[in-house]
Design a protein around this ligand. Structure first.
Ligand SMILES: NC(=O)c1ccc[n+]([C@@H]2O[C@H](COP(=O)([O-])OP(=O)(O)OC[C@H]3O[C@@H](n4cnc5c(N)ncnc54)[C@H](OP(=O)(O)O)[C@@H]3O)[C@@H](O)[C@H]2O)c1
Length: 190
């Protein structure tokens, strides 16, 4: 059983979105990421390391393996789903058959791991379903407008405040400029 803090139950571990989003809202083309940004992949690794990472089955298909050092919770409706093997670099894949089960499992794993947040890593269908539950967004704003039929959902920016923006120096191999921007949900004034 999870320990409760004196005076009340343990606070839930917050859910944070991580996404790389182009100027036109595109995040993917159904096969993967429509750009080559090694610096953003390093950023993704740094933000997600040691945390439970939720993702849709199609996103895991594009990655093709477990993320080393992280517990991935893949969401699928397919009861016969067989995830890719972890591979030699470790990592673990859990399966959940609905968003609520995935969030419950992520809470338990975050507490067991001592992780400060649960990461929602896409794709579009999961961002759409769970953005209302997220308290933070780690967004990479990519200065491209690629073709692609997978888009980040509409965001009500009045609900969010930007808390930081980093302009990484140009790095060899990155195909376009981008910034790392952090947003947190405004506290309700009610
Ligand atoms: N730029 C970025 O930061 C970023 C991040 C992540 C992904 N992407 C891109 O986004 C694309 C994939 O996104 P997507 O929206 O097409 O797919 P997705 O969200 O990754 O996966 C969709 C699948 O998740 C499962 N699913 C979704 N909602 C569910 C629910 N409520 N209950 C149970 N299962 C559920 C279903 O799997 P089953 O069909 O198995 O039932 C569904 O087909 C790829 O191109 C990927 O590269 C981009």
């Amino acid at each position: 059983m999870l320990e409760s803090a004196p005076g009340g139950p343990a606070a839930p571990v917050p859910l944070a979105i991580i996404a790389a989003v182009a100027r036109n809202g595109v995040i993917g083309d159904g096969r993967g990421l429509p750009w080559h940004l090694p610096s953003d992949l390093k950023h993704f690794r740094a933000i997600t390391m040691g945390k439970p990472v939720l993702m849709g089955r199609k996103t895991l298909d594009t990655i093709g393996r477990a993320l080393p050092g992280r517990e991935t919770i893949v969401i699928t409706r397919n009861r016969g789903y067989e995830p890719p093997s972890a591979g030699s670099r470790g990592g673990h894949i859990h399966i959940a058959f609905c968003c609520e089960a995935a969030l419950d499992l992520a809470q338990a794993r975050a507490k067991a791991l001592g992780a400060g947040e649960i990461i929602l890593a896409g794709g579009a269908s999961l961002y759409e379903s769970l953005i209302a539950r997220a308290g933070r967004m780690h967004l990479t704003l990519v200065d491209l407008a690629p073709e692609g039929n997978v888009r980040f959902p509409a965001v009500n920016w009045a609900e969010w405040v930007e808390t930081g923006r980093l302009h990484p120096p140009p790095s060899g191999g990155d195909e376009a400029p981008f910034v790392f921007a952090e947003f947190v949900r405004r506290r309700s004034s009610l």
